[in-house]
Design a protein around this ligand. Structure first.
Ligand code: ADP
Length: 456
């Protein structure tokens, strides 16, 4: 393998690794790009601030020199006056480390006033070069940058121009930039502190983020397991149907035999009831799986609600009577047609009316129907055990059953109302409950009316 092939292979592996672990890219981005961006922008900002400060400093020096040369040209032979002025300038300005006034005569710059008295009368050889350059720019101050012991210094020189427009002297101020530099160093230090805090914050977020990534992976795995569980439950429920049909079939066959003893008939009836219960449970489990997988298909059609409701209510007259309950109906002859799936609408009504019969010990169950707005409303009222306000809140949750003395002997799975709620929602209807514990319960269901039937 050549070097380039090896490199390409390595890059390819990195790309795959990064794709599989997007949090790595995220980490790199946060840890590298953001601090760099912060440093670059912070540095630009500092440079701009420093430039502005230096410009302001230059202007200040320029003004100070302008004023000084204005009176100095007439006072070149009055060193004590010049010295007094220098002192007052130095007092107001602690960055000025040296201030000299030199006279210029015959190519010689002689110090005539200075912050340091011992220099007076000496030739200023040290700054000769600067004076020569300044002599070529008579109208303005020139600034020469030096470094003294690691500290930046500005030497600002200005010519004192005589009446014949020739330089008769110079002023030289030596300004230490230590304060300016200390200020920018402090700003840079502060910027680093902030950067440190940002990096700590990012690391903190990353640790949290790593946990979120773990949770996401875990969540995905849980979803997979949940789906596997749903698939398994559906498959198992389907498989249970076949033997159950056989059991029911044989129980019916046995029940048809004449001359059976009372005891045998009772036993056969127990098998039939249990097989029916099991069949209903399997149907519920399959419905739950279908709804959860979004596979419950509905075939809406025009339904004559009066006919459907009456036939379902009729089918409960006998079970209700067997419990000593009255089942009454108030279904007007004129009811609008509804747009719903016949099988599922029947399932919903059977469940709600069935529950009312199931959870009522004495009194009656009343099934009413009426039109309200664009909906057909079915109100099923009973005088049963009722549901407390607290329990009503959780009523439409999967597997929820009210646990009380009254319900402990009543069999059920807690799936019926969840399935009912889901079906009604999928059909564009609504379901609600009104109940007083110990007094009774009203379930109110609304189905959308066929468009051409609205207000008929
Ligand atoms: P199941 O009847 O199989 O327990 P459902 O989902 O149909 O499950 O009902 C959930 C719970 O709501 C029931 O266990 C029962 O406590 C309560 N419930 C439903 N209908 C009524 C009703 N008409 N009166 C009193 N309680 C009811």
């Amino acid at each position: 393998m050549s070097f380039f092939e090896k490199l390409a292979e390595k890059i390819r592996r990195w790309i795959i690794f990064a794709k599989e672990n997007p949090q790595i890219l995220y980490t790199i981005f946060l840890l590298v790009v953001i601090p760099i961006a912060f440093l670059v922008s912070g540095n630009n900002f500092l440079q701009a601030a420093l430039k502005n400060q230096e410009r302001a400093e230059k202007e200040r020096i320029g003004t100070m020199h302008d004023v000084f040369v204005e009176f100095a040209k007439d006072r070149m032979n009055d060193p004590s006056f010049l010295r007094a002025r220098i002192d007052s300038i130095a007092k107001q300005n602690n960055s000025i480390e040296q201030f000299r006034v030199v006279s210029y005569d015959n190519g010689r710059e002689t110090i005539i006033a200075s912050l340091k008295d011992n220099e007076i009368g000496q030739e200023d050889i040290e700054n000769k070069e600067y004076y020569q350059s300044t002599a070529l720019h008579l109208g303005s101050s020139l600034i020469f940058k030096e470094s003294v012991g690691g500290v930046r210094h500005w030497k600002a020189v200005r010519a004192i121009v005589g009446d014949n427009n020739n330089p008769i002297g110079f002023i030289m101020s030596d300004i230490s930039m230590a304060n300016v530099d200390a200020l920018s160093a402090r700003n840079i230090r502060n910027a680093y502190y902030i950067l440190g805090v940002i990096i700590l914050l990012i690391l903190f977020l990353l640790v949290r983020n790593a946990r979120i990534v773990d949770y996401t992976v875990l969540y995905r795995k849980l979803e997979e397991v949940d789906k596997m569980k749903d698939d398994f439950v559906s498959m198992a429920a389907h498989e249970l149907r076949t033997p159950l049909t056989v059991i029911s079939g044989y129980a019916d066959l046995l029940n048809g035999i004449q001359n059976l003893s009372e005891k045998d008939r009772e036993n056969i009836s127990r098998i039939q009831v249990s097989a029916k219960d099991l069949g209903e449970l399997i149907t519920d489990i399959l419905d739950v799986a279908r709804i959860q997988q979004g596979k419950m298909s509905l075939s809406p059609e025009r339904i004559d609600a009066k006919v459907l409701l009456s036939s379902i209510a009729d089918s409960f007259v006998e079970p209700a009577r067997a419990k000593g309950l009255a089942l009454r109906t108030d279904i007007p002859a004129q009811l609008p047609e509804v747009n719903a799936d016949m099988k599922r609408m029947r399932q919903v009504l059977v469940n709600i009316i069935g529950n009312s019969v199931k959870y009522t010990k004495t009194g009656e169950v009343l099934v009413r129907a009426y039109e309200e707005g664009n909906s057909l409303v079915v109100r099923v009222s009973d005088t049963g055990i009722g549901i407390s306000a607290e329990n009503q809140k959780q009523l439409f949750q999967k597997f929820y059953r009210v646990k009380s003395k009254e319900t402990e002997d009543i069999r059920g799975t807690g799936l019926g109302l969840w399935i009912t709620g889901q079906i009604i929602q999928n059909m564009g209807g609504k379901i609600s409950v009104e109940s007083i514990s110990g007094k009774g319960t009203d379930f109110i269901i609304s189905f959308p009316v066929c468009k051409d039937q609205v207000g008929k």
